[in-house]
Design a protein around this ligand. Structure first.
Ligand SMILES: [Mg+2]
Length: 128
């Protein structure tokens, strides 16, 4: 697998860094890492750049992760790009909605690098 471009969407810059570090610690072939702090920013990034994977928080201001997943098909550039949600305890109903709106999976906080790898490898391989 060649180096992939990942978009990390979270309203916490600290969490974005933790997610990035976990991806690198997991030994995934990560090339560029792009960041957005809410769904609106993420849609704007996807309009401009080719991305291979989106990791997306659920609770965010301006546009939350659920609305982002619903809006994603309207971005021509982002057709077929897998989205994996990053969730917290208590957001089960949102996870279910995100999955039915097209998200490929979810990772629960707090997570280890191994868990990140376990969830993301099959998604990148097109198996989820
Ligand atoms: Mg958040």
């Amino acid at each position: 697998m060649e180096n992939i471009t990942v978009l990390i969407v979270d309203d916490s810059s600290v969490m974005r860094k933790i997610v990035e570090r976990s991806l690198r610690q997991a030994g995934l072939e990560i090339g560029r890492v792009l960041e957005a702090s809410n769904g609106l920013e993420a849609l704007a990034v996807l309009n401009q750049q080719k991305v291979n994977l989106v990791l997306c928080d659920i609770n965010m201001p301006a546009m939350d992760g659920l609305e982002f997943v619903k809006q994603l098909p309207s971005v021509e550039n982002a057709k077929g790009v897998p989205v994996v949600m990053i969730t917290t305890e208590g957001s089960e109903s949102h996870v279910v909605q995100a999955l039915s709106a097209g998200a490929r999976g979810y990772i629960r906080k707090p997570f280890t690098a191994d868990q990140v790898k376990e969830h993301i490898l099959p998604v990148l391989a097109g198996n989820l």
